[in-house]
Ligand binder design. Structure first.
Ligand SMILES: [Zn+2]
Length: 360
């Protein structure tokens, strides 16, 4: 009996991997540190009135005695769902490391590296310049069954250039671009996008509008590949608003819980969709070590994290020590989750061998 059970469970786990995902959702949270992902709120920032305008409510909302309690309080979907059913990389205290390989440690070089699998010397500013590299999204959009089924929703307008909307033909809704309404809900979203108070200028759309616009698109068009790119987390950190930064990350955790629940009720997605969540760069360790910032002057801001869940991803939870992983491996990993090998004119980092393969 014991042996039969063992063979059966072995068969089930192998066949789950043999069947790649049919759909993929890539999510990025700009400039969110691994420190908060794995430890929850950081006391050096949370209880400093310069960074946290209301330390009493900050304590109530985000503080608990242990890092494990704090991180669950901070991101319940990440820890209660992905932590149980998926994988999390980047807790350096456990020996799991993932780094950017580009030498800049800021946004566009990071997004290019995530999307093209290549730290390209030509991408060395945040200027909105069309990406010369073919991204994994453009590659997937050329595969049978995926043409016209790839979509991008971003809060930051430079993402349109990072995915080279013009060349790739992938629709990229970004910043405060009003959409062409089809339904009443579209029309409301379009009006809200035009009229809401903009906190971070015209180049940034509020993350909640990015989320609801993407959600509406999923309901209407059912893309097979979606890149959902949030931004306000980084703007709030640069502004030194730690409490607001945490609240924004927590809101995004709620959006992801809502998204996951919704797609599990849709036949196209239920049980056939993998999700990968990551960030473009890290930030400094403490207020004095430039927490507000990132880039080469900010120690260790090359350190990132990644979470993944869905078909092809074993439920091994938080990862321990292993080889150092790099941001340039994410693109090929995304392709492999859908059963493809991502190749391009430029060099591409190898897929992470514990995702979408039989290795653990
Ligand atoms: Zn930044």
């Amino acid at each position: 009996m014991q042996r039969i059970f063992f063979l059966l469970s072995f068969f089930v786990s192998v066949s789950a991997l043999a069947q790649p995902a049919q759909n993929l959702i890539l999510v990025t949270l700009d400039g969110v540190r691994w420190q908060e992902i794995f430890n929850g709120a950081d006391s050096t920032l949370l209880f400093d009135p310069v960074y946290s305008r209301d330390t009493a409510s900050a304590r109530k909302q985000f503080w608990a005695a242990t890092p494990t309690e704090r991180r669950k309080l901070f991101m319940p979907f990440l820890w209660n769902t992905i932590g149980q059913q998926g994988q999390l990389y980047g807790n350096r205290q456990q020996g799991s490391r993932i780094n950017v390989s580009n030498p800049h440690w800021f946004s566009y070089p990071g997004y290019n590296e995530i999307l093209s699998g290549y730290a390209d010397d030509r991408i060395k500013s945040n200027d909105k310049i069309d990406n010369p590299n073919v991204t994994v999204l453009e590659f997937l959009n050329q595969q049978p069954g995926y043409a016209g089924k790839v979509a991008v929703f971003s809060s930051w307008d430079v993402i349109e250039a990072a995915v080279n909307e013009k060349r790739s033909g992938i629709p990229a809704s970004s910043a405060n671009e009003a959409s062409q309404p089809v339904t009443g809900a579209d029309s409301l979203l379009s009006d809200m996008t035009t009229l809401y108070p903009r906190e971070f200028g015209d180049g940034v759309r509020a993350d909640f509008l990015t989320y609801f616009s993407a959600r509406q698109y999923i309901k209407e068009k059912q893309p097979r590949v979606l890149f959902l790119s949030f931004d306000e987390t980084d703007d709030l950190a640069h502004a030194g608003r730690y409490l607001d930064h945490l609240r924004m990350v927590q809101s995004i955790d709620r959006y992801l819980a809502d998204l996951w629940q919704m797609i599990q009720r849709m036949p196209q997605y239920a049980g056939k969709t993998s999700i990968v969540i990551t960030t473009d760069h890290g930030r400094g360790h403490t207020p004095k070590a430039r927490w507000k910032d990132h880039g080469t002057k900010t120690v260790d801001s090359y350190q990132i994290w990644m979470a993944a869940m869905g078909p092809g991803i074993r439920a091994t939870g938080e990862q321990g020590s292993g080889p150092v992983l790099f941001q340039n491996q994410i693109a090929a990993t995304l392709a492999r989750l859908l059963g493809f090998t991502f190749t391009s004119d430029h060099p591409v980092g190898p897929p992470i061998d514990t995702i979408g393969s039989d290795k653990r």
